[in-house]
Write a protein of this length. Structure first.
Length: 446
């Protein structure tokens, strides 16, 4: 064997010692290390899926997202239609729906954290004051006689998407008189569930009136409203400092800081695709248009620890490449060889970082977990490099370089809007530094 090696050396074809061969080996090692990266990504997805299941279970028992619509006046009535074919009058049912002239909602949102096992679930309790009025409702102009109204089904309705979230005995103040809501309502255009009051209790000579409702409500994720008023105004405030404003309308003004948020919406009836009152043959007419006009706030965690773990793991291959390039440059400049097995060990340590990060972040949060995992890997690599890097300054330089990579990636994870820009500039600077430091290297020299 030694004789054969000597012959190959004399012929100048000792491939196992050439830089080109070493680069090929390093490339193969990087491809091999992609396997644990894929496995870790799958594990993060599995843990995130488990988290979603727990969160959905807790929310379903607390109360789901809430959509508030109303109040509206829902008036079914009988109407006689002449049939020319048999010269008779047929009695049919029509449905009149009246929306409020003015609608105002003033609310406070209190975020609450519930815990199930290692998972935290964000829910809320809301206190809402709903006020407004019905004006210009004239049944005679619509050819509706009081005697034709089906009073057993005529209701003032308030739609609440998840009735389990109601925390108080709902009361309606109508023209300075108090009335108590009952659960359930006849089918109408404003949702499938809610509370109602029979109109025959409110009706005197007309259906015009001033109303106010105080609603204490539990919910999760979203609190949404529909702009049923000719003028709809909604004011919300909360200590939640990561709100997501969603739906068909954004707040007219908002203020978000570390203490929470305040937001005001103002919507006119011109901004939506349905009128203030209508008569229909189908009591679900315009339901899609009404639901599609909803707006409100979402309790958003801009990037929970699973999302950050996914984003962090995407940089794994970049971190491995940078570390391997540093080791390769050490070989080139110091003319001291590093065995492929040593490359594998360092690459494995970098891969283990993401497993540590995932497991620790489920208990301590992402930022602290990142610090603990990064320090553990940096110290491990520092002690391991002492076995093949004789000088302390080289060992420390490699470790500080790895620490700098971790710090750079952490900064990218904290940036939402500028992560791509910052990452691109950072990689450009790194490439420029590498090109500058290797400009005088003779790559043809073994």
């Amino acid at each position: 064997m030694e004789k054969q090696d000597n012959i190959l050396d004399r012929l100048g074809i000792s491939f196992h010692r050439t830089l080109s061969f070493k680069l090929l080996v390093i490339g193969m090692l990087i491809l091999i290390l992609l396997i644990p990266k894929v496995m870790i990504m799958e594990l993060i997805g599995e843990r995130q899926s488990n988290s979603f299941q727990v969160v959905n279970e807790v929310m379903s028992k607390w109360s789901n997202e809430q959509l508030i619509s109303g109040p509206v006046l829902f008036v079914p009535f009988k109407k006689k239609i002449y049939n020319e074919e048999d010269d008779t009058y047929n009695e049919v049912t029509r449905y009149a729906t009246f929306l409020p002239k003015e609608l105002s909602v003033n609310g406070t949102l209190l975020p609450i954290k519930l815990q199930r096992s290692i998972y935290n679930v964000d829910v809320y309790e809301a206190e809402l004051a709903i006020t407004g009025n019905f004006k210009d409702i004239d049944l005679e102009k619509l050819n509706i006689e009081s005697s034709d109204i089906i009073w057993d089904d005529a209701q003032l309705q308030l739609s609440i998407s998840d009735l389990r979230g109601i925390n108080n005995g709902l009361e309606l103040r109508w023209n300075d008189k108090a009335y108590t809501f009952s659960p359930g309502k006849t089918s109408s255009p404003i949702g499938h569930s809610g509370v109602s009051i029979p109109l025959k209790e409110l009706y005197t000579s007309d259906l015009n009136g001033v109303f106010s409702i105080k609603l204490q409500l539990k919910g999760s994720q979203n609190l949404m409203f529909t702009p049923l008023g000719e003028q709809t105004a909604v004011h919300l405030e909360s200590t939640w400092n990561d709100p997501g404003f969603k739906g068909n309308y954004l707040p007219a003004d908002r203020n978000v800081d570390d203490k929470g948020f305040q937001a005001n919406w103002s919507v006119l009836h011109f901004n939506r695709n349905y009128p203030q009152q209508w008569i229909s043959t189908n009591n679900t007419l315009n339901q899609n248009d009404i639901e599609n006009s909803k707006f409100g706030v979402e309790m958003v965690s801009l990037a929970d620890h699973y999302q950050k773990n996914v984003r962090s793991a995407k940089y794994a291959i970049l971190l491995i490449i940078i570390t391997f390039v540093v080791f390769f440059m050490f070989e080139v400049l110091s003319k001291q060889r590093i065995h492929p097995f040593q490359y594998i060990m360092v690459g494995s340590a970098i891969s283990i970082f993401y497993l540590l990060l995932l497991s620790i972040s489920e208990h301590l949060g992402f930022n602290l977990a990142y610090l603990v995992a990064a320090l553990a890997v940096i110290i491990l690599v520092l002690f391991y490099t002492r076995s093949f890097m004789p000088e302390l300054k080289t060992q420390l330089g490699t470790s500080f370089g790895l620490a700098g990579c971790y710090l750079f990636i952490f900064i990218l994870l904290q940036l939402e809007s500028f992560a791509l820009l910052t990452g691109s500039i950072g990689l450009f600077v790194l490439l420029a530094a590498l090109m500058y430091s290797t400009r005088k290297v003779n790559w043809y020299k073994e």
